[in-house]
Design a protein around this ligand. Structure first.
Ligand code: NAD
Length: 439
């Protein structure tokens, strides 16, 4: 959906004739129209150029991945839909200068720029490690210079990675990653489990916002979705479940009985879940000195306590999880950067990152993977309730100069849930349009 900027009157205004004129004359932000996933669309809006710098190891694999997704690699001299620069073989400070030669290609790219690096600790000697880490600064800066909705991201490719590299290249070069910008991500060699005939996903907080969009994306990608929310969301939850051909489970994720109820439901009715999305979340914003126990306790219980308890129960309960199951936790940019009035919320969201990092190793031994997505400013009822000035600042302080849509977060979760993304594990991926906060 290329779509209007939902709930963003300024963003809509600057796309009108008078709005464009005014913004051009005054230097006000002009948020670009983002290209989002639509059924049957081409991967890219133009051909893809794959460039290998010294020692590049992945050029053929990237070309194969792009070709398999229907991209045209015959670049000609016109605009490029994607530019992929394999810098993973650079080892010396002098070699970093090779990046300069890609500037003309960057200039003609309208869509996606992807830089490939090694995983710095894997390269050994200090200069090589410094050089590979340097690529992060390069990518983050280039993201801030890109125009017209072009995004720039960094894939750190671990030794021996094949399937997940293909999957990551296809995701980051597609319209599904429209709001992922300026981010590094490690992809490793994990291999997918055999895919079941009927995959099952459970999404908590599925009645609206990001959870509802996630249910839609997971249904589109072949999952029966168990839509979980509190009983008070009954009608909205039923509407989502009907729309996606899924089922409902009324559950307060903080209830004492919730972990057992969910585990028994998944084991008894579905032979386990392939995907678990811990999305239910709340805010109770106020300054630390004004926080009472209820505002602290409820936020910590829903946002962090419930994912901890539910995950433990699902891991312990025989049959609650299918082989190769994926967990995705909804963290937040504010859990990384902190936010005034959100000590409770940021504690819970940073805690989720700790949970992901703690579980990744032990879970991968069982063939599971766990990751977090950290949304920036997303247009949902949660952000619609913000006071006008912080809301407007939240939208504009990103490279893409606009809030994301729930579907942007959902597409990222949908990718992490895919069997062939098995090598992405223990990661935190921001979906924030390269928001300046905590970047
Ligand atoms: P939302 O308020 O629109 O929806 C949250 C859903 O969770 C609601 O349907 C609600 O009923 C449900 N829920 C709340 N408490 C529950 C409980 N105890 N048991 C079961 N369900 C419960 O929120 P959203 O904006 O779609 O956000 C979804 C997730 O993304 C949250 O975890 C949020 O913290 C995170 N997030 C959102 C943004 C944003 O900009 N909207 C940014 C960063 C992170």
């Amino acid at each position: 959906m290329a779509g209007p900027l939902a709930g963003d009157p300024y963003g809509a205004f600057v796309r009108t004739g008078p709005g464009k004129f005014l913004a051009a004359r005054t230097g006000l932000p002009r948020p670009p129209r983002l290209r989002r996933y639509e059924e049957g669309q081409d991967l890219l809006t133009g051909p893809a150029l794959v460039t290998g710098l010294s020692g590049a190891a992945h050029v053929d694999a990237v070309r194969d991945a792009l070709r398999a997704a229907g991209a045209d690699l015959d670049v000609g001299t016109g605009p490029l839909g994607a530019l992929v620069v394999d810098a993973s073989g650079l080892r010396t400070v002098d070699q970093l200068g090779e990046l300069l030669a890609t500037a003309p290609d960057f200039k003609r790219t309208r869509g996606r720029v992807l830089v490939l690096s090694a995983v710095p600790p894997e390269v050994g000697d200090p200069e090589a490690r410094a050089v590979q880490q340097g690529l992060e600064g390069f990518v983050r800066s280039l993201g801030k210079e890109a125009r017209g909705g072009t995004t720039v991201n960094l894939l750190r490719v671990a030794d021996g990675t094949t399937t997940s590299l293909r999957s990551a290249v296809q995701f980051f070069c597609s319209a599904r990653s429209a709001y992922v910008d300026g981010q590094p991500l490690v992809v490793g060699p994990g291999e997918p489990q055999p895919v079941r005939d009927q995959r099952v996903a459970v999404v908590t907080g599925a009645a609206q916002g990001i959870g509802a969009a996630t249910a839609e994306v997971l249904a589109r990608t072949g999952h029966h979705v168990v839509c979980v929310d509190i009983a008070a969301s009954g009608e909205k939850l039923a509407a989502v479940a009907n729309r996606v051909g899924g089922s409902t489970l009324h559950l307060d994720v903080t209830a004492d009985s919730a972990p057992r109820t969910l585990a028994e439901h998944l084991a008894g009715r579905f032979e386990g879940a392939d995907v678990v999305v811990h999305n239910a979340g709340i805010t109770r914003d106020r300054s630390f000195v004004n926080l009472d126990e209820a505002a602290w306790g409820s936020v910590l219980a829903v946002n962090l306590g419930a994912p901890v308890r539910l995950t433990t129960a699902l891991l312990d309960h025989p049959g609650a999880l299918a082989p190769g199951a994926r967990f995705v936790c909804l963290s937040s940019m504010n859990g990384i950067a902190g936010a005034k009035g959100q000590t409770n919320y940021a504690t819970s969201k940073a805690g989720l990152i700790g949970l992901v990092q703690a579980l990744a190793g032990p879970l991968s031994e069982r063939g599971f993977a766990v990751n977090a997505v950290a949304p920036g400013f997303i247009e949902t009822p949660m952000t619609a309730a913000m006071p006008p000035v912080p809301r407007e600042l939240g939208r504009r302080t990103s490279s893409l100069q606009q809030g994301g849509l729930p579907v942007d977060v959902a597409e990222t979760i949908g990718w992490l849930a895919q069997p062939d993304a098995a090598g992405v594990d223990g990661q935190v991926l921001r979906v924030c349009g390269q928001n300046l906060l905590g970047a």
